[in-house]
Design a protein around this ligand. Structure first.
Ligand code: 6GU
Length: 224
């Protein structure tokens, strides 16, 4: 899979994409992540990428020309399955959307800043608009990093234990059950006996019961 990120702040992606599972996924070639600086596609002599809104009011709007030039260049190089704009007024990301995106070949993610991008970019290039929740960030970069992370870990082979992604919270609209590791007794705080029993059927039943209990208590909305 290839993910192209279109941003005014490519440096913001250096950290999140250079550690741990995402770093290994890139090294293995499971995902190719390429960040593009929209400013490099400004033809203005001051490398200007934004201007005042025609409607007036506070805040700048990202102009269509540099974004269009970059998108057209990328589209001429390969086919894209999805061109995503990250914006607080998009659909809220969830595990189902991440699952669907993990099956795609090439996707672009456009990060907005200031008051966002000229509506014509959204009307003519964007195929999907995503938010990561009902709160406002300073820009789309952190949201794009969250989306990319949620997608990349689902690409086959990225998480070594194949079953691991399948037992995540949300995978069956259930939260994950509690987990424990050694020591079995920490100053009298004990791991539930059933987990030490070696009875695989009993353990599975306990996990299911705990997942259901946790979901009912914390996220009854998931149970429908
Ligand atoms: Cl995608 N962008 C911004 N600026 N804020 C957000 C968001 C996106 N999702 C939630 N808040």
């Amino acid at each position: 899979m290839r993910i192209d990120i279109l941003t005014l702040f490519p440096e913001m992606f250096q950290g999140p994409f250079s550690e741990s599972i995402i770093k290994r996924a890139r090294e293995k070639g499971a995902v190719e992540l390429v960040c593009h600086n929209i400013r490099d596609y400004s033809t203005n002599k001051h490398k200007k990428v934004d201007d005042y809104a025609f409607s007036g009011g506070a805040g700048m709007v990202m102009q269509i020309e540099p974004i269009a030039r970059l998108i057209e260049k990328l589209k001429a190089e390969r086919e894209y399955d999805e061109i995503i704009y990250v914006t607080p007024d998009g659909s809220t990301l969830n595990q189902g959307i991440a699952n669907q995106l993990s099956l795609k070949g090439n996707i672009m993610i456009l990060c907005g800043h200031y008051k966002g991008v000229d509506q014509r970019v959204r009307d003519h290039y964007i195929t999907m608009e995503l938010s990561i929740g009902d709160y406002v960030l300073t820009g789309g970069e952190l949201a794009a990093a969250v989306i990319a992370d949620s997608v990349i870990r689902l690409i086959p082979g990225v998480i070594s234990d194949e079953t691991s992604a399948l037992t995540d919270s949300f995978q069956d609209n259930l939260l994950a059950p509690p987990v424990y590791t050694r020591p079995a007794d920490f100053n009298g705080w004990k791991v539930p006996d059933v987990l030490l029993s070696g009875d695989a059927k009993k353990i599975e039943a306990w996990k299911e019961e705990q997942a259901y209990k946790r979901t009912k208590e914390r996220r009854p909305d998931l149970l429908g």
